[in-house]
Design a protein around this ligand. Structure first.
Ligand SMILES: Cc1cc2nc3c(=O)[nH]c(=O)nc-3n(C[C@H](O)[C@H](O)[C@H](O)COP(=O)(O)OP(=O)(O)OC[C@H]3O[C@@H](n4cnc5c(N)ncnc54)[C@H](O)[C@@H]3O)c2cc1C
Ligand code: SF4
Length: 504
């Protein structure tokens, strides 16, 4: 698996310049000719992006241009069309963008040639073939993941998974270690900021003074934005943190937002790292005995399983999927939530999760799912508003990631295409997998009263609201029967109605 897969990309010599978006910055988008990048301010004027995400995108573009200023031109403009206005776009080429709106823009700009997408482990034909082979069976991530492992011979031994197992959930998914505040791993690699970062920071401060709104606060840059940094971040993770990635990938120690996670979603989504590289380095670490199969398999599952699956589903499910709202969730999330005003929140899990959004623009997947999405689903927040929020609020948010993660997994807005039941839980599960509850004024076991946990109460109120539609879902049967036995359900429902949209 050496090198990159250009997935059908045709190297063109006829075009004088290639236009690339800010998420196409790695070597696999560069065939050696001139490159034009556009820094479009309008993107940040339309909606409030996380301040640190704005910094990362601008810093990535400016660093890329500075790396080879003779060959790479960065145009600063109001928008893309304006930026390219003086150029003969028909004589330029491009690489297919990662979202429908960006592909529509590419088409309307009229590039001479648009090459097939790059930067993925698997191509659209491979996914289409897999879908066709499924017939009427559900498009399960696990089955996709196994098919990719088989087809590409990753962690396979004579047609069987190495170590005899496809999945190491019993070794992984441990609750957080008791009595610890941090995992015993070195802190994640962090870049040294340079003069380009200083310039970006000054520009963003100036934009903010002009009235451009940002979500969250400024902070030191924590994620890789150049190819060199991306490789350093990858090596550092593989050498120092991968070993504990698997066992604690689903656990939360709230003072340690990064745990043993890789922080690679930013460089991966900026197109600086190719997933093949991440898989290769992880396999090497296992072969060399530097990481257990459980951790290595856990990471590879995220990359060739989840990440590729989510990418292909974005295209497969189409634009209409993003409009689904199976639970008729039409509450506009309150401002304290949308603005991540964490100081207004008492519920410790939600408070800290919003603090992560505000101060680092990052949390790992369990916080995004078990706290933020769980809360939004319980409270009936609009999936379309949440989709937009997740995309803007996180440093790694892009449209293609939202379809499956937010509309499908997080909010169950598709009524069960992706997940067989809504990902909702009360405080007991949050208590099991995190250390949030120990410092909370609420009690996860209590449903009604001053110290009633809003997640526990919200869980039952959610089930009650949807009891009729969930009756036919056998996976919800036990929960519905338990709810029917709750004698304090009327008080609980009155309590949650009174809570309304107030911060818990
Ligand atoms: C509601 C919700 C919203 C999310 N939004 C985003 C998002 O905007 N951008 C994003 O890249 N990921 C998103 N994810 C997936 C996942 O939470 C992040 O990829 C991960 O937390 C990034 O941190 P990390 O790099 O430390 O990941 P690690 O835990 O170290 O995982 C390694 C890599 O696997 C990939 N990965 C793992 N799970 C997923 C997944 N479900 N979908 C796509 N890639 C995955 C990422 O590239 C990640 O860098 C979301 C998940 C949920 C539940
Ligand atoms: S008690 Fe409830 S609100 Fe408080 S941290 Fe635990 S789950 Fe969250």
């Amino acid at each position: 698996m050496d090198g990159y897969r250009a997935e059908g990309g045709v190297v063109s010599t006829n075009f004088p310049a290639r236009f690339l978006f800010a998420d196409q910055l790695g070597p696999h988008f560069d065939d050696g000719g001139a490159i034009t990048l556009v820094e479009a301010k309008s993107v940040f004027q339309r909606r409030a992006y996380n301040r640190q995400k704005a910094h990362l995108v601008l810093s990535a573009l400016r660093h890329r241009a500075a790396e080879d200023s003779g060959r790479i031109t960065l145009i600063r403009a109001g928008n893309y069309r304006e930026g390219l206005s003086g150029l003969d776009v028909s004589a330029m080429d491009a690489v297919a963008a990662t979202s429908r709106p960006a592909r529509a823009l590419q088409a309307s700009l009229g590039f001479g040639q648009v090459h097939p997408e790059r930067g993925w482990f698997t191509g659209p034909a491979e996914f289409a073939q897999w879908v066709e082979g499924r017939g009427r069976k559900r498009l399960l991530m696990e089955d996709w993941y196994r098919s990719v492992r088989r087809r590409h011979d990753i962690l396979m031994d004579d047609g069987e998974p190495v170590d005899g197992r496809w999945n190491f959930d019993s070794d992984n998914r441990l609750p957080p270690p008791r009595g610890e505040t941090h995992l015993p791993v070195p802190p994640p690699w962090q870049p040294a900021e340079d003069e380009i970062d200083a310039e970006v920071r000054a520009d963003l401060d100036a934009w903010a003074k002009e009235g451009v709104e940002f979500l969250g606060t400024d902070g030191p840059r924590r994620f890789a934005v150049t190819r060199e940094e991306a490789i350093q971040a990858l090596e550092d993770f593989i050498d120092n943190r991968l070993a504990l990635f698997g066992p604690y990938e689903d656990a939360v120690l709230w003072r340690d937002p990064f745990m043993a996670h890789s922080l690679l979603s930013v460089p991966l989504n900026l197109g600086l790292l190719h997933p093949v590289e991440v898989v290769d380095r992880a396999v090497e670490a296992w072969v060399d005995g530097r990481a257990t199969i459980a951790s290595v398999e856990g990471l590879i599952r995220q990359i060739i399983g989840w990440r590729e699956y989510v990418w292909h589903l974005y295209w497969h499910l189409g634009a209409e999927y993003e409009e689904l709202n199976a639970l008729s969730a039409d509450v506009h999330p309150p401002d304290w939530f949308l603005q991540a005003a964490w100081k207004e929140v008492d519920a410790h899990c939600l408070k800290r999760s919003l603090q992560y959004v505000s101060e680092i623009g990052y949390s790992h997947h369990i916080v995004r799912l078990m706290v933020l999405s769980n809360w939004a689903t319980q409270r009936g927040y609009s999936p379309q508003v949440m989709n937009d929020w997740f995309r803007r609020a996180f440093v790694d948010g892009y449209p293609w990631v939202m379809t499956a993660n937010v509309i499908g997994m997080g909010l169950y807005a598709d009524g069960g295409t992706m997940a067989t039941k809504p990902y909702v839980s009360g405080g007991a599960y949050i208590k099991k997998m995190t250390d949030f509850c120990g410092e909370c004024r609420y009690d996860p076991k209590v449903r009604v009263g001053d110290n009633a946990c809003p997640f526990t109460a919200g869980y039952w109120a959610f089930l009650d609201r949807h009891r009729e539609s969930f009756r036919s879902n056998h996976r919800m049967g036990t929960a519905l029967r338990t709810m029917d036995k709750l004698r304090d359900l009327p008080e609980l429902l009155a309590q949650e109605t009174a809570r309304g949209e107030q911060a818990p």
